[in-house]
Design a protein around this ligand. Sequence first.
Ligand code: PHB
Length: 395
Amino acid sequence: MPDNINHQRRHLLLGAAALSAGVLPAVPASAAEPLKIGLIVPMSGPFASTGRQIEAAVKLYLQQNGASVAGRPVEILLKDDGGVAPDVTKRLAQELVSRDKVQVLAGFGLTPLAFAAAPVATQAKVPMIVMAAATSVIPQRSPYIVRTGFTLAQVTAPMAQWAARNKIRNVVTLVSDYGPGLDAEKVFVKDFAEGGGKVGDSLRAPLRNPDYAPFLARVKDLKPDALFVFVPSGEGAAVLKQFTERGLAAAGIRLICTGDVLDDDLMASIGPAAAGVVSSHHYSAAHPSAENKAYVEAFGKANKGMRPNFHSVGAYDGMHLLYQALKQTRGDSNGDKLLAAMKGMAWTSVRGPVSIDAATRDIVQTVYIRRAEQSGAAWYNVEFDQAEKVRDPGV
Ligand code: PHB
């Protein structure tokens, strides 16, 4: 195989340089071996947009930064787990580790899938970069997990605080009934109450095949000042459609939500139903930094005009974290050494300043409050307020 030929030649060259210099090579013998990354994401099924976004971001990162780092050619082994079956994710992680000998696991579109793979990372001692799944407890499931996306608790707390400060007194919450939804509900209820507000009812819709209509009918009867919503990315358009069709907006009920609901990937299909909706999140394609403008442009160019969403940024930053860690270890992909290098790392992301908390291995970042607005023919979440250096508050 050409890969192997390259690899052997590399070793020979290293050996010759070391001989002529009369010293041992400064880089470990493994330095020229390919670095294999097992990327497990939903490329099919109801959450396929997450896989598409993550794959596009990883490819863009390699295109911009080179398909090798610290002397190691980078190989991505992309696996589609379908997004709904934890046992499939676990089997793929096991195969990647034992058969394909990957040195890193990455991706993980939903919380139950990250939970399923965590013991595999622990056993194999390979770093597991969680790019999308956002339940607070995930990094506690393995000492090899590091998260580059966000947590629901992290982005919900500033939303609850903003609502309490802005004359919203009475809220009903509606979340998807699983990890990140339960985290969002808990943090919203607590922080909103601390700000003087009252949550009248907390509704939970099933994750699989949800029908939001009966929940929204109940919200209309309760007539709160606002409805707070979290549903995972991909689901928001259905919620917005029902919210409008059922006349909640017309009845004077405001919609507030996390940015998962107004996912940039969906803004074109949501359109005017998003007008004026206030949400909180760590990334908007409209984030007005030079870094982000360049990112959105390059991402669109490489992907037929596709707009990057927050999951793409979790993936792009996950690759950055890995590349920087490998530079620090001078190409050594030992799991413990890579984790040590990742802990405490800080950089300027396209979303703003971020760092990896050395104690929790979770991302620390700015959370923005945004309003959905039309710009030309397109709809964006325009940031107008922010909370800096937000850690996962835990739940
Ligand atoms: C999750 O399952 O953790 C998850 C998925 C999609 C989101 C947020 C959280 O938008």
